[in-house]
Design a protein around this ligand. Structure first.
Ligand code: TPP
Ligand code: MG
Length: 321
């Protein structure tokens, strides 16, 4: 699908929105304004933005503990997200959920999830419900390379392939699961081989190349919408920052992350270069979009900081266990 100049500009803006949102979250955590913890999506932005760019507003996604990027890519409101992070009454969960529980049912975001692999069953259920209701909605299930070892994937992937459900299992191979490299914990040579066990196609894509992600996920979404069943997509990328904010990163060499931050590999710089080289953008235009994203984030922080705390009387409202 051809993209207009405006659509390309919006994708670039969205990459920055995610990068700057997480930079702000990290800073607010360090200033002790954000309680709990937070996981940044830095370096992986092209996966969420590329994948969500082929979805309709009524399509579904499920996210992970590293969820801000997915929610923003699907059209989440940065102000309500920031308010949620700061525990304010105007947040998505009225300040009671925090970073790992942001959901927005109006735009098909069925939730970030603190349970590794927790979104896999939810997304598969959403895809099943679309078939039962006879709609042509699809679901994208984002999960990590670590989560690909969770048992729920065996059950859900089997059902999805058997019933030809409209779902894309989008595994973000960011090379780490908490404080361990993920590769030594799998016997398969390529992660996409796991798809064969279910009888669904498996595809690997460069997750730091936004247009490549868009192409591969676009094909998978088209197949799903046409009733041809699920696809397992592996987006290869890198978790540039620590597992959580505050991770001392003693378990990997600093040069490794530096390479992934370089202009050759960084997904935002790569997409920016492509816009200039192939799509007639000027560097001034790119700078303007970056600044616009910064203004949106500054405004979100202002909104969150000025928002009221939840009322003590509401403590037990909306809380399930
Ligand atoms: C069921 C479950 N087991 C363990 C944890 C602790 N935990 C949180 S994040 C994480 C690693 C997840 O790695 P991956 O799926 O690759 O996601 P990434 O952090 O790389 O985005 C673990 C083990 C958890 N939250 N839930
Ligand atoms: Mg991982």
């Amino acid at each position: 699908m051809e993209l207009s100049h405006q659509q390309l500009a919006d994708l670039y803006y969205r990459l920055w929105l995610i990068r700057l949102f997480d930079a702000a979250a990290r800073r607010l955590f360090m200033e002790n304004k954000l309680r709990g913890t937070t996981h940044t999506y830095t370096g992986q932005e092209a996966v969420a933005v590329g994948a969500c760019s082929v979805l309709r507003p009524d399509d579904y996604i499920t996210s992970t503990h590293r969820g801000h990027g997915h929610v923003l890519a699907k059209g989440g409101d940065p102000r309500r997200m920031m308010a949620e992070l700061l525990g304010k009454a105007t947040g998505y969960c009225k300040g009671k959920g925090g970073s790992m529980h942001i959901a927005d049912l109006d735009i098909g975001v069925l939730g970030a999830n603190g349970i590794v692999g927790g979104g896999i069953g939810i997304a598969t259920g959403a895809a099943y419900s679309a078939t039962v209701r006879g709609t042509d909605q699809v679901a994208i299930c984002f999960f990590g390379d670590g989560a690909s070892n969770q048992g729920i994937l065996m059950e859900a992937g089997n059902m999805a392939a058997l019933w030809r459900l409209p779902i894309i299992y989008l595994c973000e191979e960011n090379q780490y699961a908490e404080f361990s490299p993920s590769r030594p914990f799998m016997a398969v040579e390529k992660l996409e081989q796991k798809a064969a066990a279910f009888g669904m196609p498996g595809v690997t894509v460069d997750g730091n190349d936004l247009l490549a992600v868009r192409r591969v996920v676009g094909e998978a979404v088209a197949r799903a919408r046409a009733g041809d069943g699920p696809t397992f997509v592996v987006a290869q990328t890198y978790r540039v920052e620590g597992h959580t904010v505050g991770d001392p990163l003693t378990y990997r060499p600093p040069e490794e992350a530096e390479q992934w931050r370089s202009p050759e590999r960084d997904p935002i710089q790569r997409f920016g270069r492509k816009l200039v080289d192939d799509f007639g953008f000027t560097s001034a235009e790119l700078k303007g979009l970056h600044e616009q994203a910064q203004q949106t984030i500054d405004e979100a922080i202002r909104f969150a900081e000025e928002s009221p705390e939840p009322e003590p009387a509401d403590l037990w409202e909306d809380v399930l266990a």
